[in-house]
Design a binder for this molecule. Structure first.
Ligand code: FAD
Length: 286
């Protein structure tokens, strides 16, 4: 099969999609589309079917059953500009290849992330890692934002002065704040990108990294629309239940009344409808 072309995806190349106040995500390159997933899967399943609707069904089957290796055939290379505190969370995803701007080699730019006023919130009392919905008084917002601005300017001024006096850049930079922007190239395959997006688009992730996840999700949706749809259905919008939780649900299930044709009318494929009934029967028999 020839190199897959996706005109909508090609139109995204090299565009900077703005994130936060100074950040962006830029799709530098991609390899493969939905077609690459189908092509790889057919090596294991034989020629099989070829219609678009059947490709969609195959991709959905693969994702639903966690047959993940065909999704590794699609690759994305991004150029990302992001605050260092976001980069620290991001870099924990070890399954990507990264090349970052060097503060030892080059002088850092004077660009800091300053949150929007509406994002300045109290500590959440229910989520130890999150923000509350409670409104922070204007006086406190002003004090917090003014303080950020003042300390950023002071810290960068000192940095610049030491650099100008010839101090090693690798030393001069060590006291710069985590809100300073950095940049990197980040290359990852679709399987691992879905893992990243699942964790970082989630409401429990920090708002700032979530903003990047949302922009990247839109790009993925354009490059591989069928895989992205399956990811939303079977990963983002799905729930798993523990054994004890299923025991609680067991008594409330009425599998007998489920009709396969009725389920199909509600949007599931015949295969998925059969899988749903089978799943519910197995829960009943736990
Ligand atoms: C909301 C949220 C809060 C978090 N809070 C904290 C925190 O307080 N402190 C903290 O330190 N981290 C925190 N993390 C980071 C988290 O623990 C993971 O390190 C991060 O999400 C990367 O996940 P990963 O290891 O699955 O991804 P990747 O590194 O991309 O790995 C993908 C998968 O590959 C496999 N893998 C990769 N490398 C190895 C390896 N060396 N050994 C075994 N398997 C491997 C695993 O199956 C892994 O799931 C948080 C993450 C989130 C989303």
């Amino acid at each position: 099969m020839a190199h897959a072309v996706n005109k909508e995806a090609d139109a995204l190349l090299d565009k900077e999609f703005k994130v936060l106040d100074h950040g962006f995500v830029r799709l530098v390159d991609y390899m493969g589309t939905d077609q690459a997933i189908v092509q790889a899967a057919r090596v294991s399943y034989g020629e099989g079917t070829k219609k678009v609707s059947e490709n969609r069904g195959l991709i959905r089957y693969l994702l639903r059953h966690r047959h993940t290796s065909p999704f590794e055939m699609v690759e994305f290379k991004f150029h990302v500009k992001l605050p260092i505190f976001v980069a620290r969370q991001w870099i924990r995803h070890r399954s990507a290849s990264v090349n970052e701007y060097s503060g030892r080699y080059s002088v850092m730019k004077e660009e800091f992330y300053i949150p929007q006023r509406s994002d300045v919130r109290y500590q959440s009392t229910v989520n130890k890692q999150g923000r509350s919905e409670e409104v922070v008084p204007d006086e406190m917002k002003d004090r917090f934002l003014d303080n950020l601005d003042k300390s950023n300017k002071e810290s960068f001024g000192q940095y610049r002065q030491f650099v100008d006096e010839g101090l090693a850049r690798e030393l001069a930079r060590i006291d710069l704040p985590l809100s300073l922007y950095t940049e990197w190239y980040w290359k990852i395959d679709l399987h691992n990108l879905f893992h990243f997006l699942r964790l970082r688009m989630d409401s429990r992730a920090q708002k700032e990294i979530r903003d990047y996840g949302t922009v990247m999700a839109d790009i993925v949706k354009t490059v591989c629309p069928m895989a992205f749809e399956a990811f939303m259905d079977y990963t983002v919008n799905s729930y798993s239940f523990s054994g004890p939780e299923l025991k609680i649900l067991q008594g409330r299930l009425t599998v007998e009344s489920l009709d396969k044709d009725e389920i199909v009318k509600q949007g599931l494929s015949k295969r998925e409808a059969a899988e749903l009934i089978d799943k519910l029967r197995r829960i009943k028999e736990l």
